[in-house]
Ligand binder design. Structure first.
Ligand SMILES: Cc1cc2nc3c(=O)[nH]c(=O)nc-3n(C[C@H](O)[C@H](O)[C@H](O)COP(=O)(O)O)c2cc1C
Length: 369
């Protein structure tokens, strides 16, 4: 089964034992100062032990002002390196690769958490639930600072012994806000035309690649189209962006589709899933990850057949820690949510993560322990 074939990354010597990745997932289990919490450690290590070939961390914030949630793992200080090193060493004990996702929340870094008014590419008013948030435009100096923060964070990941980083340019956070024509009306070199809107993510990618040895993986996660309230992403621009990032030296691309088998919203009649469009755009050897609605072993294999090199498992990876072992049976159909609290606790989720998952409709069974 292709799912269990090893994979050598094109540009580097890194080898993954299989094609199964734990998707980056915010779990709120680290300490207030951003250092690694025990529950976060246990959650991730359990999945390395159970055979996930690649473990992505949650979105970790590259600067204090870029934090998105309480209990989020940080990478904005050298004090975070020790915990990250412990994580990388333990993941390696189980022959998995360890990749840190780097992010800044931008407009979506709440003042209640950071103590500062959120900034983004352009000023705008954003609605989250019942709250209206005034977002201000970032200054040129702040853009330079955030570039430095991403590059320094990547260096920390490298020093901690991680195998690579992923730039989180999806889901409406800072890098996505710059790419989006809806949230970026700047008139300098970081806004306006498509080339200028993608300048921030490209600059960060190139600076990291220049600074660190070639074997350190540097990938990017993108949202290929609009989703929920996040607007301003065009599918054809996303295909062009993928090609440009590859040409800039990215080691992999991670497509967050939310449904790996859906056709693009822009071309619904194509009957061709998003991932196949990206595979056709890029050459056959460029590593592609896909995430979204992959639950069974058969679906995972189908996503690989459609052109992905890796499947990133989100919710099923939370609920079923030993998914890789069970999926050796091609007929394996995992239990669907809701999962009971005791089941989630047995799957190495700490109590704060279980509480957090109650916000994901239908994931945690009500009135169970
Ligand atoms: C609890 C939770 C937290 C998430 N946090 C992140 C995150 O930190 N970074 C990110 O890029 N995606 C995040 N995602 C999205 C997942 O990585 C994944 O793309 C998405 O859940 C779709 O995959 P699934 O259908 O297998 O769940 C999160 C998803 C969940 C369920």
């Amino acid at each position: 089964m292709k799912l269990f074939e090893s994979y050598q990354f094109t540009n580097t010597a890194k080898i993954s034992a299989n094609r199964i990745a734990l998707a980056p997932m915010t779990n709120g289990q680290s300490n207030n100062d951003g250092t690694l919490g025990e529950d976060e450690f246990n959650f991730l290590i359990r999945r390395a032990k159970e055979g996930f070939g690649i473990i992505f961390t949650c979105a970790t914030h590259v600067s204090k002002a870029g934090q998105g949630w309480p209990g989020e793992l940080g990478i904005w200080s050298d004090d975070h390196i020790q915990g990250l090193k412990r994580l990388a060493d333990s993941i390696h004990q189980y022959d998995s690769l360890a990749i840190v996702q780097l992010f800044h929340g931008g407009a979506r870094s709440p003042e209640s958490l950071t103590g500062a008014q959120p900034w983004s590419a352009s000023s705008h008013e954003m609605t989250i639930g019942r709250d209206k948030i005034n977002v201000r435009e970032g200054s040129p100096a702040e853009i330079e600072e955030v570039i430095d923060a991403f590059v320094t964070a990547a260096r920390r990941a490298y020093l901690a012994g991680m195998d690579g980083i992923e730039l989180h340019a999806a889901h409406g956070y800072l890098l996505h806000q710059f790419i989006s024509s809806a949230t970026n009306q700047r008139t300098d070199q970081y806004g306006g035309s498509f080339e200028n809107r993608i300048n921030l993510v490209r600059t960060i990618l190139k600076r990291i690649k220049q600074m660190l040895p070639p074997e350190f993986l540097v990938g990017i996660r993108i949202s290929p189209e609009d989703k929920y309230t996040f607007k301003g992403i065009d599918f054809d621009e996303s295909l062009r962006l993928a090609q440009i990032l590859k040409d800039d030296g990215a080691d992999f691309l991670d497509i967050s589709t939310w449904d790996s088998f859906a056709s693009p919203q822009k071309y619904p009649e194509s009957q061709k899933p998003v991932i196949s469009w990206f595979r056709a755009q890029l050459d056959d050897h460029f590593p592609l990850f896909v995430a979204g609605e992959i639950w069974s072993s058969a679906q995972a294999n189908q996503a690989l057949a459609l052109g992905a090199d890796f499947v990133s498992l989100g919710r099923v990876g939370i609920g079923i820690a030993d998914w890789p072992t069970k999926s050796k049976d091609i007929h394996y159909e995992p239990q669907s949510p809701p999962y009971s609290e005791s089941q989630l606790s047995a799957a190495s989720l700490g109590s704060s993560f279980i509480q957090y998952m109650k916000r994901w409709k239908g994931f945690v069974a009500e009135n169970t322990k």
